[in-house]
Design a protein around this ligand. Sequence first.
Ligand code: SF4
Ligand code: SF4
Ligand code: FES
Length: 328
Amino acid sequence: MTVAATTHRLHLKTNRTVDLTVDGQHVRVPEGSTIMKACQEVGIGTPTLCYEQTLTPVNACRVCVVEMEGSRALVPACARKVEPDMVIWTDSERVRHSRKLVLELLASSVDLSYAPDEVQGYLDHYDARPERFGPPDTSDGAVHRDHTQAGHHIPTTNGYAATVAQPPKIDNELYIRDYSRCILCYKCVEACGVDAQNTFAIAVAGRGFDAHISTEFAAPLPDSACVYCGNCIAVCPTGALIFKSEYDMRQAETWDEERQTETDTICPYCGVGCTLRLHVQDNRIVKVTSPMDHDVTNGNLCIKGRFGWQFVQNRARDTGVEESVGTS
Ligand code: SF4
Ligand code: SF4
Ligand code: FES
């Protein structure tokens, strides 16, 4: 195999570097970098679902796998650290086949209709055909998913694809949990745990296909340890966790991201001064996020910044002051 002459170098934070080859191109990266980072250095993208720059990689989705010479198994690019003289192939037949199957299994069992366009792009790129597993089986009582027991999986109806279909959990006014859209990427669990919030209100319950995200004893959110920071919503890649405001607008078919503007401002509630990103449609705030690349908040907020914005657009009713959200 020919190694291309181009050598790519980083602005190094340490003196130690690792040389490796990615798709025939030589790359030098700081020791401790991931294969994904090395791929980025030579302009090679890898699809990701469970990876998030602000979270510890958990290798849950396996859509980023690459082929490493000398390794029996494909390795996750988002988590595997580079080693000297590694030879990586990101677009081999084996890699494409694996990514395609992962995407097919996910798309056949999970409702991805709220997922970003990028995810549909992955399905198209790898020619994923989830329909080959049969039409979705929604007959096996999704209501039971919160109470499944290890070893008691209900078999799927013959010829139908098993799904995680279930009704959305609407138990508070701030956000909705619709686990029929959940790909079990673990991001919300990590954000609620040691990577951000340290509240541990949610975890993975069940085993195998019955594994699912749950509060303790499947308690409704108001009865759980949740503090409504919404940091789980911020990292959810499929829309399984969304603002109640977004949910209601989607139900009313008025949600339209093309008509929305985004404006950064500072949270008015305390001296920390988190950056808020206001998503505004028709001159009304429809949700609030925070930039992931902000070096103080890393996309995280507390309940006040995330959800305490209704007062802005209720001013007219309460005071007679003309309604305004400061954007247009
Ligand atoms: S809103 Fe915050 S506390 Fe509640 S489940 Fe999500 S991350 Fe955990
Ligand atoms: S709810 Fe969202 S963030 Fe949590 S595991 Fe499911 S897809 Fe991932
Ligand atoms: S993005 Fe690497 S395993 Fe999910």
